[in-house]
Write a protein that binds this ligand. Structure first.
Ligand code: SF4
Length: 502
């Protein structure tokens, strides 16, 4: 059995994933997302930028042939080279690892740290040894990074016959952290034990859909189908892994049970507000009815302005370049009965200033038109671009005052019978269809990257279509909210409560 640092990382994120990678049907696996390739490329670039003008070596053989690549890494360490990029470490058997059971199967441990850097010390090679430097794209030193670095450091210490050396972790901002192995080796060994136990016993972990971690996983459709078949509570917004454990303890593992569950017991475990929201969410989903979470329909309606001209705004960004390359503006004029979409696109990153100026001109043609959008990102971007391109404070403030974040209105006041509160899920529930099927904002990031390399205009057209549909979906949602709030009978909620208590 081959257990690598990647398996450990995956297990920390989702314990089901290594299980499926080992024992799942490969035909059920989807192709890797373009976005993952892009992230890998960015990570390679990040490591090379850190190395800058430094001299380094690397194994000649690709990682796929990890045995040969590992032997080449060992040879480089024996030579005492200063720095090894993408070295490969491996060990057959579990000698030296603190595991509470003996494993009959032959286990090979494998790791590939970003860098191995020579240090003074003592090892089987002589009066030098190597330290692990792990370079990650994340902004923070996440626990899973520390776990992987601890695994690599321990494997390295066993291979080079040295003491454990605290590894270094470098994140996106180039901030550097020393990982304290006194804490992290024991945690890492606990997780290694758990992975081994799961794989040896072939115990398939329960499915648990979490948008954040499942979105880039190749088993997403497979797991999602199972979750739907089981009507799994992870499909209910607000049910996190830790809350799910509490629900299991209380025996509330179905929608019906949760909707009818004892509010006081639930509130005791999760707090009054969470218990209230979860039960109401279960009711909305069970009866497929949108509900009001708080406030009266009239008071919520007051927070959603209506004007004879309205603007719907959505941005496409390239986080790696810190670039907002498409400012999509849909202007709906009820008097003229027109809907006009303006895709303000930077064909090169340098054109960002130009599209910002065009955006200001466009939205100030009618300085009173409310600007609807669906996330905090638009507010943050306006602040960033205003500061970067020295927009006057007055103009910036006038603009910010006109913004209406429908995500805020929906999550603050509504409970919808949807699996999450993303614009895509809600608009699709309303019947809206994107012309580009199966596309996400992440895919647009990849397309824009390809556009910059290939100048293939079809890519830009696809991004613009996607962005226009985001604006139109926001428009659709706004109309639905106004209609719902104008006709909603507050007795609906009371009635459902009564049905539940029968
Ligand atoms: S899709 Fe989600 S639940 Fe399934 S293996 Fe991947 S991360 Fe885990």
């Amino acid at each position: 059995m081959l257990l690598s640092d990647v398996v450990l990382l995956d297990y920390k994120r989702c314990n089901r994933r290594p299980f499926l990678d080992f024992y799942g049907d490969p035909n059920q696996q989807e192709a890797q997302r373009d976005f993952l390739f892009k992230l890998r490329e960015e990570n390679k670039k990040q490591v090379l930028e850190i190395l800058a003008d430094s001299f380094y070596h690397q194994p000649e053989t690709a990682f796929q042939d990890w045995q040969t690549s590992g032997q080449e890494t060992l040879a480089l360490m024996e030579q005492g080279v200063d720095c090894i990029l993408n070295g490969v470490l491996w060990q057959t058997g579990l000698a030296g690892w603190n595991l509470p059971f003996s494993v009959r199967e032959t286990v090979t441990l494998l790791a590939s740290p970003s860098l191995l850097v020579k240090q003074p010390g003592s090892s089987i090679f002589g009066d030098w040894q190597y330290e692990v430097v792990s370079v990650k794209l994340g902004r923070r030193p996440k626990p899973e990074y520390k776990l992987v670095a601890a695994f690599q450091a321990k494997l390295l210490a066993l291979m080079q016959g040295s003491e454990l050396v605290n590894p270094r972790l470098i994140v996106k901002s180039r901030s550097e952290y020393r990982i304290n192995l006194t804490t992290w080796v024991s945690r890492m060994e606990e997780i290694l034990t758990a992975v081994l136990a799961m794989l040896i016993s072939r115990q398939e972990p329960e499915v648990f859909i979490s948008r954040q971690r499942c979105n880039l996983c190749q088993w997403q459709s497979f797991c999602y189908d199972i979750a739907q078949e089981q009507a799994h509570l992870s499909l209910l917004p607000g049910v996190t892994p830790s809350r799910y454990e509490v629900l299991k303890k209380l025996g509330l593992t179905s929608l019906e049970n949760l909707a009818q569950g004892n509010h006081f017991l639930l509130a005791k475990e999760l707090g009054k507000d969470v218990a209230f929201d979860l039960k109401k969410q279960a009711m909305a989903t069970l009866y497929q009815k949108p509900l009001l979470k708080s406030g009266s329909p009239a008071s919520v309606l007051e927070t959603i302005p209506t004007a004879h001209r309205e603007i719907y705004f959505d941005i496409e960004a390239e986080p790696e370049r810190n670039l907002d390359y498409l400012l999509g503006v849909l202007i709906v004029d009820y008097q003229q009965q027109t809907e006009t979409f303006y895709p303000l696109i930077a064909e090169t990153p340098e054109q960002e200033a130009e599209i910002w100026e065009k955006f200001l001109e466009l939205v100030f043609l009618d300085p009173h038109a409310p600007i609807f959008h669906y996330s905090k990102y638009e507010v943050e971007t306006i602040r960033r671009l205003a500061a970067l391109y020295r927009t006057s404070r007055t103009q910036e403030q006038l603009l910010l005052k006109r913004l209406v974040d429908l995500h805020d209105r929906v999550t603050r006041y509504m409970i919808l019978p949807t699996e999450n509160y993303s614009l895509k899920t809600i608009a699709q529930w309303l019947g809206f269809q994107w012309r580009e099927t199966g596309v996400s904002g992440e895919q647009c990031v990849c397309w824009y990257d390809q556009w910059l390399k290939t100048r293939d205009r079809d890519l830009l057209k696809a991004i613009i279509r996607y962005n226009e549909d985001d604006c139109r979906a926001t428009y659709e949602l706004k109309n639905w909210l106004v209609q719902f709030l104008s006709s909603h009978d507050p007795k609906t909620e009371q009635h459902l409560h009564q049905v539940q208590s029968i």
